[in-house]
Write a protein that binds this ligand. Sequence first.
Ligand code: F6P
Length: 375
Amino acid sequence: MSKKKRIGILTAGGDSPGLNAAIRGFGKAAIGHHNMELVGFREGIRGMALNQTVPIDSATLSGILTVGGTILGTSRDKPHKMDVGNGKEDMIPTILKNCEANGLDGVVMIGGGGTAKNANRLSKAGLNVIHLPKTIDNDIAHTDTSFGFSTALGIATDAIDRLHSTAHSHHRIIVVEIMGHKAGWLALGSGIAGGADIILLPEIPYSIDSVAASISKRAKGGHPFSVVAIAEGAREISDAADYAAAQALIDGASNADAKAAAKKHRSMLEAAHRGNALKLAEQLEAATGLEARVTVLGYVQRGGTPNAEDRLLGTLLGGAGADFVAEGKYGITVAAKGQSAKAVPLKDVAGNLKTVPKDHPWVSAARHVGTCLGD
Ligand code: F6P
């Protein structure tokens, strides 16, 4: 009789609704259908490096489908430079050793774009890995969507709905900051669904004049209130140009020191641009004469129970992941394609961000209903 496969599982990166559905989806299929054994690692990649394991059996997987967050815990650690007390260390050799000591045939890494990169690093080092795509940002390449996005979209839309009635009652501008540093899917989707008057995305740099003109036009037309949905990473045109120049310096750096210096400069710009929503509200108040308020949705967008779509997607991709592991197919992201799952090589996903194309149908839909995109 062949030996039972023994598989490790972890969740990494920012938490998002549907992580437990995916753990359960993978686990039930692996244990119940494919007769495998499962071992959880606590707190993402850190758990693999520090060998912090937790046994997972059918009972562990029971009752978690509807629960938000992750039963395994998570962290944003990177395997090749992890802070383990005395500065950053390359923990990849230790991770490989720990996985071998635990008798693992492979590891399932559930996470976003950063996790795909880390999974690819470990895959290249020789570990059998598969990656299941989660993120509320919807920015993972080669997958139609990721679990977490749909729930966050619902939460942000609901918030915009609620902000509408208070903006209307007080004749105010309400600037609502929505998560998404590099990709504006969440701001765009919830902005359209919630009927935001202005939507600002990292992919489309904005001009204050254009946003203010659109608000003033609404006021003159009898609507002296506006809701502005701004993604965390949206920038004014001049700031976006500075940022693009910083990025070009990083890409063109001729050695490690130059790259590190360029990255430091980019981080400074990022820090300076943080809190853009507040600055925007002040600028709009001055430009339009209307009172402005700010609401930062923050972590509310990632907390709580997953909606039906994310439970379904987590279960589907988890189950398909167990099938791939049973076939011995590793080095992949289990991507969503229509209503199915598809294996995509990790090397194609890692480091490849899915941003909003300027000609995406959602962008056209927003423009068609008269939404100002700030350009
Ligand atoms: O990647 C998911 C996400 O929620 C982003 O939308 C947000 O910018 C970021 O995580 C926040 O990161 P952290 O949880 O580390 O504060």
